[in-house]
Design a protein around this ligand. Sequence first.
Ligand SMILES: [Zn+2]
Length: 489
Amino acid sequence: MALKLFNTLSHSIQAFTPLDPAGKKVGMYCCGPTVYDFAHIGNWRTFVFADLVRRYLEFKGYAVTHVMNITDVEDKIIKGVRETKTTLREFTGKYEAAFLEDLKTLNCALPHQMPHATEHIAEIISLIEKLVARGMAYQAADGSVYFSIEKYRGCGCTYGRLLKLNFDELRVGERVASDEYDKESLADFALWKARVPEDGGVFWPSPWGEGRPGWHIECSAMSMKMLGESFDLHLGGEDLKFPHHEDEIAQSEGATGKPFVKYWLHGAFLLVEGKKMSKSLGNFFTLRDLLAKGFTGREIRYLLLSAHYRETFNFTLEGLQGARAALARIDECLGKLREISGAAGFQPANSHTHERQPAGKMPALPATHFGVSTLQRFSEALDNDLNISAAWGEVFKWVTETNKRLAANSLSANEAAAELTAWDKIDSVLGVGASAKIEAPAEIVTLLEARQAARKAKDFKKSDAIRDELKAKGWAIEDTAKGPKLKRI
Ligand SMILES: [Zn+2]
């Protein structure tokens, strides 16, 4: 069955056909983090969704090039640099490192390319030059360069493809300098922002004087550089449809005259405990806040992946407890299968690596009938606009059925190994990891590291005290040839 996805551009579900005439290569761009703060759980829903799309395309045999930019210069960042009296690099470096760490914690495959806006100023300037040359951009009296919506529309192009905009009711023709604005203030938007004193040391030379790029043009320049003027997939949270993505389309198509992106995919919002996340309501969580509460990246990933990407999802702490229980069910089943498979040659599941994986063909299906049919139904569910709930349904049907077979002692070592292989293929998409790996909360890992440091310093009194503390928290240390391992007591 062919993969079908909801394309925001056509406002409908469409069969996915890559631009590549051979139907093999897929270019995929996901708007990455603006590194001015720790990413919150709503941001993570989008990034985990992008990871699912990439993994599933790879499962289907496509050779995906996944690009995610790092927005390391925009309005909020400049404000942060000013307030913290740091340099741009110091300020963004801290949050970028945290982002990469969080990406790993959630077992998201590292994008193949992660371009930084500040490293693509030349490409951004040349794209703006093209727009100026085509009459679609102009320098205003404030020194900044703006995109002209009127000129763009005058060339027969449509502004308002992802959202339907009613130009009769909107005040078109005014200018907006800030990166974020709502559709009521639809206006010519800034491509290049002339340097102002508040920018401090953040500016670059350009044909229009010193300044810095607007946020929207950064994504157009970087995505087209990495993936070409036309590419297959562009993803982001639904809050980015306007103005960010609408502006990306206008700038890119305005400059090249070619269709920019074939399929636009948008992930829905996330509520926390039934309400919109806000710091004042106490329901604003970064990934780190949840790890500090004792949840693991795997549990958080599971919960973020439990609902359809186009549905608003209510993220709750109770849901995380549910995720823990669901994963324990899977783990228990896998543990038993491992015991039985014994020497049957099962290799532990390869939790998605942070390196590029060669795109393979649709995985060879294991020999057991049940594994075959589960994988087929799992894939059919995801082909249907990534119907993840139905896909999880197949996983748990498989767990129930396998448990029955285990209880009846009806599985041979080879059959158990084949079921594990089936799971391995399923998990190449879900990425919730094999149970072989025990994931400890950050606090426990920190204690383990402190114990190692104490042992290195030959402070055995301290290292023993830490071991006892870990024990009191329910974790034992096993010293192995490969170093210490944590085990749940
Ligand atoms: Zn973007």
